[in-house]
Design a protein around this ligand. Structure first.
Ligand code: NDP
Length: 444
């Protein structure tokens, strides 16, 4: 396999899908060497079978807004690969959602889920519907309409969706309610559910906490920890909030958070009380991060990202391609020692190059943010057992999964000069398990 040739063919076959090509390129470029040591992979054309999703379900979602106007959105489910377990991956509701973005996410999810050591295949789905600015009733009607199309394609042993951007506890609740009504079954078909109806403790916290656990493992390799470190976080949604919470618990100072309109910089640090305010602002009132700056009298920068501020650690937790080459250069110039990705693919390929050439600690999302889907996997186990585990038990398991992922990245990603290429480590480790499973299951 020559990765450049495969990428060129995919580009021709799927024009106008830059995010998908970006994600595929990153994986192929790092697994090429290992792949070519296995001629049986090439004979089975494993690479094309691994890059192209098993199936894409696309449907129309029709719903009625509060003014009585009938609205139409696109709905999707990309079932990428189920070699190692049922399809699993979140739903994203955001105006930018298209096939390219969901294909990149489903592809990444396949390797991420493999890394977790749990039996989960890769999938992703969503809609170009954005819950922002919609009433609760509108969000509920949309979720119900979305599920009336999706439900035939999912199930506890088939495909188990969860949340992502724009899909939090409220949306999962509405989606689950409709799924239950249509199937007349109360099963663990969605994760991220409320605690009262089968959700797992620590699921809301899992992605953010997991990212910080992974970061701690990286820092440990340098004899460092979070105490006294200044941390730049982007986003102010689920992942960002619990990333900030864990950073605070471990003695770091959170200087920034953001949303799609801009970022706040609080030189005194976003402490527990201020973080509670952000959680209320975002989760209850669905307000804008600008309001934090108005309340606490700190700096707010409109239409900008926080990467030009001075800090020791950067934890991007908003969206894809939110750190470009210039941002990466600024971070390195300002002395950042570690970047750990809570979001999926937040750094562009040029930005990753800057981090790796500067030899700073850099963890890609598929390793660092795998805590979310890991606890989703644990939620599935609890649902199957009809039991619920204590938060301590779930948190311990999350911790050990993140340690394990880190160990595998080090095992497969350590370069001759001792630098750990976490991208290479995560890709090879994730890929080998899926590849072996596909080989064992024949040409299908
Ligand atoms: P939320 O919807 O809870 O929060 C998303 C945050 O990012 C919001 O602050 C949002 O701002 C901001 N944001 C979204 N789109 C953009 C954009 N185009 N430009 C700038 N800011 C943007 O989502 P999550 O916290 O769940 O997800 C954040 C990231 O983490 C995503 O990349 C997701 O794929 C990834 N992830 C999430 C997991 C989970 O368990 N939830 C698991 C693994 C990864 P605004 O409020 O203005 O929209």
């Amino acid at each position: 396999m020559k990765s450049q040739e495969v990428i060129a063919q995919l580009e021709q076959r799927f024009p106008g899908q830059p995010e998908y090509i970006q994600a595929v390129s990153q994986v192929l470029n790092t697994i090429e060497e290992v792949y070519n040591q296995h001629p049986e992979f090439e004979a089975a054309n494993l690479i094309e079978r691994l890059c192209i999703p098993d199936r894409i379900v696309k449907f129309r979602v029709t719903w009625t807004d509060d003014k009585g106007k009938v609205r139409v959105n696109n709905g999707y489910r990309i079932q990428h690969n189920n070699a190692i377990g049922p399809y699993k991956g979140g739903l994203r509701f955001h105006a930018s959602v298209n096939e390219s973005i969901l294909k990149f996410l489903a592809f990444e999810q396949t390797f991420k889920n493999s890394l977790t050591t749990l039996p989960m295949g890769g999938a992703k789905g969503g809609s170009d519907f954005s819950p922002r600015g919609k009433s609760n009733a509108e969000v509920m009607r949309f979720c119900q309409a979305f599920m009336t199309e999706l439900w035939r394609n999912i199930g506890p042993d088939t495909d188990v969706p969860a949340g992502d951007i724009g899909v939090g506890g409220r949306e999962v609740g509405y989606l689950f309610g409709m799924y239950k009504k249509l199937t007349r079954e109360h099963t663990g078909t969605l994760t991220g559910k409320g605690l009262e109806f089968g959700g797992s403790l620590v699921r809301p916290e899992a992605t953010g906490y997991g990212n910080v656990y992974f970061l701690m493992e990286m820092l440990k390799t340098k004899g460092q920890d979070l105490k006294g470190k200044r941390v730049l976080i982007s986003g102010s949604g689920n992942v960002a909030q619990y990333t900030a919470e864990k950073v605070l618990q471990l003695g770091g100072t959170v200087l920034t958070m953001s949303d799609s309109n801009g970022y706040i910089y609080d030189p005194e640090g976003i402490d527990r009380e201020k973080l509670d305010y952000i959680m209320e602002l975002k989760n209850l009132y669905r307000g804008r991060i600008r309001e934090y700056a108005e309340k606490y009298g700190c700096k707010y920068v409109e239409n900008a990202r926080p990467w030009h501020e001075v800090g020791d650690i950067a934890l991007p937790s908003a969206t894809q391609n939110e750190i470009d080459e210039e941002d990466a250069k600024a971070l390195v110039a300002n002395g950042v020692i570690a970047v750990s990705e809570g979001a999926n693919m937040p750094s562009t390929p040029a930005a990753i190059k800057v981090f790796q050439e500067a030899r700073i600690l850099y963890a890609p999302g598929k390793a660092a943010n795998a805590g979310g889907v890991s606890v989703s996997g644990l939620e599935m186990s609890q649902n199957s057992e009809r039991l619920s585990w204590s938060s301590q038990e779930v948190d311990n398991r999350l911790h050990s999964i993140m340690e394990n992922i880190h160990e595998n990245c080090v095992k497969y990603g350590t370069l001759p000069d001792g630098y750990v290429d976490y991208v290479k480590g995560a890709n090879i480790s994730g890929f080998m398990k899926v590849a072996r499973a596909m080989m064992a299951q024949g040409i299908i």
